[in-house]
Design a protein around this ligand. Structure first.
Ligand SMILES: *[C@@H]1O[C@H](CO)[C@@H](O)[C@H](O)[C@H]1NC(C)=O
Ligand SMILES: *[C@@H]1O[C@H](CO)[C@@H](O)[C@H](O)[C@H]1NC(C)=O
Ligand SMILES: *[C@@H]1O[C@H](CO)[C@@H](O)[C@H](O)[C@H]1NC(C)=O
Ligand SMILES: *[C@@H]1O[C@H](CO)[C@@H](O)[C@H](O)[C@H]1NC(C)=O
Ligand SMILES: *[C@@H]1O[C@H](CO)[C@@H](O)[C@H](O)[C@H]1NC(C)=O
Ligand SMILES: *[C@@H]1O[C@H](CO)[C@@H](O)[C@H](O)[C@H]1NC(C)=O
Ligand SMILES: *[C@@H]1O[C@H](CO)[C@@H](O)[C@H](O)[C@H]1NC(C)=O
Length: 421
């Protein structure tokens, strides 16, 4: 009956009905019946077990397989899987619509077409926009996980979000109890550690919800190795060994051997450059380029990519310094005082020189005679030495030097004329 004429008839006469049944696939093969009773159940807070029954009347020659896929908020996730078992376990997000679809296929068989898809959806609960947003977790020093999030834009300000976590190996989900809220940002910290020899870590499921039905719950799955942040290196010590500076710090004792490297950053107070050295040990040495300057060091740690796929550095250690350096106020004082001292001593020297000149060479060649000669024309109309400005200036200079007596004895005429004035 089902000869080569059948597809032709299908196309020509029964196009619509037939092609819907064939799910748009090429004609010529018998279309398989689909699986039935597709359903889901939670096996953990964020984990679903999708189950279905086998199709009926499948010929024994068919090597039956189920193909399944996931669509989230209408976006196909491209997570197609083929299996012989009649269930599939998936993660769920809870704050988005999740559709699961499955069909039956006969493997290595071109005489039958895959069945149509059967699907079922898991719809989000609560009011849209009330789920926690911006979840960000950091695994500190392989010891504790700190997760931060913000309330959804439609959530009331006093929403009491609660964080639960679970991973393969934990019997039941655990509730996080150490909360803090800062400027509307929530944070919860919980202990998370595995035996030191472990080198594979399970995915961590995180559920954030509120007791109120109105608040939409949200689930996330985190790969802990991408979240590793080492502790800040402690006990940074500096010492000078044969003109080299030796830097040493303590290893983190929670990390396995050889799973961290360190960055040592240092600068010499005078330079703007801050070289960074990468080291695998807990010490390094740098040559002390300038023995008279101060060197400042800090250290941070980063997981090695062979051990963890995390890009997070530890915080920088506190800065430690070695070596002496005249501090800048001292330089400032020097810059101000040196010229001042030079200037003052020059003045003093000049004054002394003048005094010395007077003492050593008493004015035998009366300077006034010279001045009179020099300013002779100005002296012509003056009536006495008192009116002679140049001479007066000279006298005053001498007076200022507190050698009045000398002046008095040398220029008696002058004092007289001054008295007259
Ligand atoms: C999912 O459900 C099926 C049917 O009840 C069961 O056989 C299977 O073990 C379940 N899978 C898991 C991982 O619990
Ligand atoms: C399966 O086959 C039986 C008998 O061969 C038939 O009665 C039944 O309707 C078939 N079921 C389906 C779903 O085709
Ligand atoms: C199925 O495949 C075989 C060889 O792979 C081929 O000879 C045969 O014609 C195919 N049948 C159909 C219905 O396409
Ligand atoms: C918040 O609520 C409004 C009104 O119900 C809605 O239009 C909006 O999409 C919600 N916000 C989000 C992020 O869902
Ligand atoms: C959150 O908890 C506080 C104190 O327990 C309570 O006063 C408040 O009403 C709660 N908020 C909501 C939205 O239930
Ligand atoms: C809670 O977390 C803080 C760090 O955020 C930590 O210092 C404190 O010891 C924790 N308390 C408990 C009881 O775990
Ligand atoms: C550096 O590591 C060595 C061996 O791992 C250890 O003995 C030493 O104490 C560490 N240095 C510091 C400052 O902790």
């Amino acid at each position: 009956m089902d000869g080569p004429a059948a597809p032709l008839r299908c196309r020509l006469l029964l196009a619509a009905a037939c092609c819907v049944a064939a799910a748009g696939t090429a004609a010529g093969a018998k279309v398989l019946p689909p699986p039935s009773n597709l359903d889901y159940s939670f096996i953990q807070m964020c984990t679903l077990n999708w189950t279905w029954n086998p199709p009926e009347n499948v010929s024994s020659s068919c090597d039956l397989e189920y193909s399944s896929d996931i669509v989230i908020d209408e976006v196909p996730q491209d997570k197609r899987e083929w299996s012989k078992s009649r269930f599939r376990v998936t993660h769920t997000y809870l704050n988005e619509e999740m559709r699961f679809k499955v069909r039956s296929e006969c493997k290595y068989d071109n005489t039958s077409e895959p069945s149509r898809w059967v699907e079922t959806a898991l719809l989000p609960k609560g009011i849209p926009g009330t789920a926690a947003v911006g979840l960000n977790c950091v695994w500190h020093n392989l010891e504790y996980m700190a997760c931060m999030w913000r309330p959804g834009e439609n959530a009331s300000r006093d929403t009491n979000y609660t964080l639960f976590y679970w991973f393969d190996g934990l019997e039941n989900q655990e509730k996080c109890n150490n909360y803090s809220v800062e400027q509307g940002n929530f944070e919860c910290v919980f202990k998370l550690s595995f035996p030191k020899l472990t080198n594979t870590y399970p995915a961590i499921s995180i559920l954030i919800r509120d007791d109120s039905e109105d608040i939409r719950p949200m689930c996330a799955s985190k790969n802990p190795t991408t979240l590793v942040k080492p502790a800040t290196p402690r006990r940074v010590t500096l010492s000078k060994i044969n003109d080299d500076i030796h830097v040493e710090w303590s290893h983190s004792d929670t990390f396995p051997e050889n799973c961290l490297f360190y960055e040592v950053k240092y600068h010499n107070g005078d330079l703007d450059t801050t070289p960074i050295i990468k080291v695998e040990n807990n010490y390094t040495s740098i040559p002390s380029i300038d023995p008279n300057s101060k060197y400042i060091f800090k250290v941070r740690a980063k997981p090695k990519p062979e051990c963890y796929s995390s890009e997070l550095y530890s915080d920088w250690s506190e800065e430690k310094s070695i070596g002496e350096k005249m501090d800048s106020t001292f330089y400032f004082v020097l810059i101000i005082t040196i010229p001042l001292i030079v200037a003052v001593s020059t003045i003093i020297l000049l004054v002394y020189l003048k005094r010395l000149k007077i003492l050593i060479l008493p004015p035998i060649p009366d300077p006034r005679e010279i001045l009179k000669l020099m300013f002779g024309d100005q002296n012509e109309d003056s009536q006495g030495c008192a009116k002679d400005d140049s001479v007066n200036t000279y006298d005053r200079l001498i007076k200022e030097e507190e050698i009045h007596s000398l002046v008095l004895t040398e220029t008696p005429e002058c004092t007289n004329s001054e008295k007259e004035n």
